[in-house]
Design a protein around this ligand. Structure first.
Ligand code: OSB
Ligand code: MG
Length: 372
């Protein structure tokens, strides 16, 4: 497939709720979207970066800049037959996985469309629907936390995840556990603690959580292994995993027993699939993490979740939970906590071009002809 043109766009996005985590508050977001033009078909990608480097060093600015100056010049006008070939051409780009993934995922979408199959088929998946959970931000009070939990449990979500930070952990979770004795519950600290906080996790250990997500430093595997030895609850690694090799090391060291796979964090679908394969070989379950995606990113997440190791509910909740109006059709909403993986070629969604135009803040087109 020859990469004839690559279009970048930054769009505004207003979340329906205030989303507070240990690293900040998000509500007015921006997203970078990519359209890949090849012979006859278009592929779509959505960057998982945000406005500030709170979760990862990558931001919308670095994603745009890296795509424009260090990724697009390597690939524009060239022919690639597989995602592996495309990734090989991008080996001079160290890190910047979210930037690479924005193009890589668009390439998968275009490849699946060219083959006339849904993306999940090309990825080697097998399941056509997927159970999902909801990730709930830090609330202003324990009462509000319980109220939010009950609301989402009622909507059918299969697992509820609560953001925690030092000073906001054991008490609200105890209250939720009392209100929902049988509900699968998890917490996500987004790297806000250190080993000296082990006592907090020993208290959380008594609440029967499914797992505790990324309690310690974003670049750590060693301390996580030490903490895991003190707990019955599995630890789940998110920020620490950037590659299949990271997953191998983490599982070998015992830094955790569950892996959250985010397509952007691991450089795209090919390496997401390999990360999944590594986890499977250790008998570790995986699930697909979310980054408050629009419809393109949400659809990519759902297709990836078709792989057999994604046995735990993903963060790929209903689009209408996040947005008044999403940028794709059909609306990717769960029914009773189950998302159907779109069928139809590629991502199986179409773009609402008028809406996207209205939301666009900047737009740049790179074409093979012009760059010759
Ligand atoms: O750690 O999983 C995370 C959102 C932004 C950055 C990091 C994370 C999250 C979420 C939201 O938890 C998941 C979602 O609903 O998309
Ligand atoms: Mg997380």
């Amino acid at each position: 497939m020859r990469l004839e043109g690559i279009e970048l766009r930054e769009v505004t996005a207003h979340l329906k709720f205030r989303f507070e985590t240990s690293f900040g508050v998000e509500q007015d977001l921006r997203k970078v979207l990519l359209t890949l033009h090849t012979e006859g078909v278009e592929g779509y990608g959505e960057a998982t970066s945000g406005l500030s480097p709170g979760y990862s060093y990558e931001t919308n600015e670095t994603v745009w800049d890296t795509l424009k100056h260090h990724i697009i010049p390597h690939v524009l006008g060239r022919d690639f037959s597989t995602p592996a070939q495309l990734l090989a051409a991008l080996s001079p780009v160290r890190g910047h996985n979210m930037a690479v993934a924005t193009l890589e995922t668009a390439f998968w979408d275009a490849s699946a469309k060219a083959a006339g199959v849904p993306l999940w088929v090309l990825l080697g998946g097998s399941r056509t629907e997927h159970p999902v959970g909801a990730s709930l931000g830090i609330q202003e009070s324990t009462e509000k936390t319980v109220e939010t939990a009950l609301k989402h449990a009622e909507q059918g979500y299969k697992r509820l995840k609560f953001k925690i930070k030092p000073g906001w952990d054991v008490a609200p979770l105890r209250a939720v556990r009392e209100a929902l004795p049988d509900m699968p519950l998890t917490v996500d600290a987004n790297s806000a603690y250190s080993l000296t906080d082990a006592r907090v996790f020993q208290q959380l250990d008594e609440l029967g959580l499914e797992y505790i997500e990324q309690p310690l430093a974003h670049d750590d595997l060693i301390d996580h292994a030490q903490l895991q030895r003190l707990l019955a609850t599995p630890l789940c690694l998110d920020e620490s995993i950037h590659s299949p090799e990271d997953a191998r090391k983490g599982l070998q060291l015992g830094s955790g027993r569950v892996i959250n796979i985010k397509v952007g964090r691991v450089r795209g679908h090919l390496l997401a699939r390999r990360t999944h394969d590594v986890a499977l070989s250790f008998g570790a379950p995986v699930w697909c993490g979310g980054m408050l995606e629009f419809g393109i990113g949400r659809a990519h997440n759902l297709h990836l979740s078709s792989l057999p190791g994604f046995t735990l509910p993903g963060d790929t909740a209903s689009a209408s939970r996040y947005w008044d109006e999403d940028i794709v059709e059909p609306v990717l909403d769960a029914v009773d906590g189950i998302q159907k993986i779109p069928d139809g070629p590629g991502l199986g969604v179409t773009l609402k071009h008028d809406l996207i135009d209205q939301l666009t803040l900047r737009h740049e087109m790179f074409s093979a002809e012009a760059s010759r």
